[in-house]
Design a protein around this ligand. Sequence first.
Ligand code: NAP
Length: 375
Amino acid sequence: MAWVGRELRSTIDKNGTLVLSLDQVELTEPGDDEVVVCVEATPVNPSDIGLLLGPADLSHIEPPEGSQAPCLKLTVPPARLGAVAGRIGQSLPVGNEGAGTVVAAGRNAAALQGKRVGMYGGAMYADYRKINMREVIPLPDGASAADGASMFINPLTALGFVETARREGHKAIVHTPAASNLGQMLQRICLADGIPLVNIVRSEEQAALLRSIGATHVLNSKDEDFATRLTDAVAETGATIAFDAIGGGKLGSDILQAMERAAARTPGAYSRYGTTVFKQLYIYGSLDTAPTMLDRAALGYAWSVSAWLLFHYLPKAGPDVVQRLRQRVADELTTTFASHYTRTIGLAEVLQADVLRAFDRKATGEKFLIDPSLG
Ligand SMILES: NC(=O)c1ccc[n+]([C@@H]2O[C@H](COP(=O)([O-])OP(=O)(O)OC[C@H]3O[C@@H](n4cnc5c(N)ncnc54)[C@H](OP(=O)(O)O)[C@@H]3O)[C@@H](O)[C@H]2O)c1
């Protein structure tokens, strides 16, 4: 038997034309370790938007001339084309994670037949996905596809931050932008695990949202006394590690400086080379695509800035840790790791200009879910 369905693809050519298309694809019988899943829910996360739209200019979105199949055309400005040189000419399927029902299972995966599962591995913006049984987790009884759609990327990343902080000897964490879907999960984990968390947001609404789920340290980067309040919060909690998904600009640098200033409050800690307290900034996103600015002058010499990516972290963490984290996500799926969506759309609706522009805003609490059965 074969399963025929639609798959959303994004292609950029060498002239900077980006085409989004819904292609018909045919999946053959699953191999021994594989399952075919009918996709019922898949979220639109910032990393999906990065692959879907690349650095395209969203002011002109139109159907390509003479096209029969559903598709849209955008343009990547020449100055931004270099950033996507590695994908030129490739038709890339989109969607990191999702959930659905197993409609066919290979010999070793027979126990999954008919089960509703969460899964990750790309190409989820589709009617069907064939996938290795190790990349799926059966959902707990009563959990909907929407409950399981986001059970990998943000939950494992938030848990990975806490594991990383512990393994590297830090006792408290600074996080920005803290009111994101991921940030809310991180706050709930830190409350449960007794880890002090300093949240940085950029509006009072976001601060209120975090306080409503129990956050105690919430700072608005727009406040005039932000730098002082950040130093106080870092001194109070002892935070020496930060995770920053904004990336561009100088907020990461400001956080490291606050950590250095807090460390220097200990009598005798200061020397001409700064304090000996080690400070770690991990950049894990690029919500602001401007260059990262680092004002080294007030940092001393005990600091590091690195990138953090879930797909690099998981192999390093090892199978036992990964299994423990996955189990915790399954156990706390509708509590700690609950995701909320403002709108559920069909797969074909992704090819609407106003929907693409709404995706690109990546605003707090404005998350889309795709349910291919809606069209
Ligand atoms: N490295 C990894 O392995 C990994 C894994 C998972 C997620 N991520 C990253 O984690 C981030 C959060 O993901 P999510 O799904 O939780 O996001 P989300 O729920 O869609 O929320 C996005 C948040 O980012 C804020 N934001 C957007 N642009 C901003 C800017 N230029 N400056 C400051 N804040 C900005 C929004 O605030 P406003 O409402 O104020 O715009 C909103 O709070 C994304 O960047 C994603 O790529 C990385």
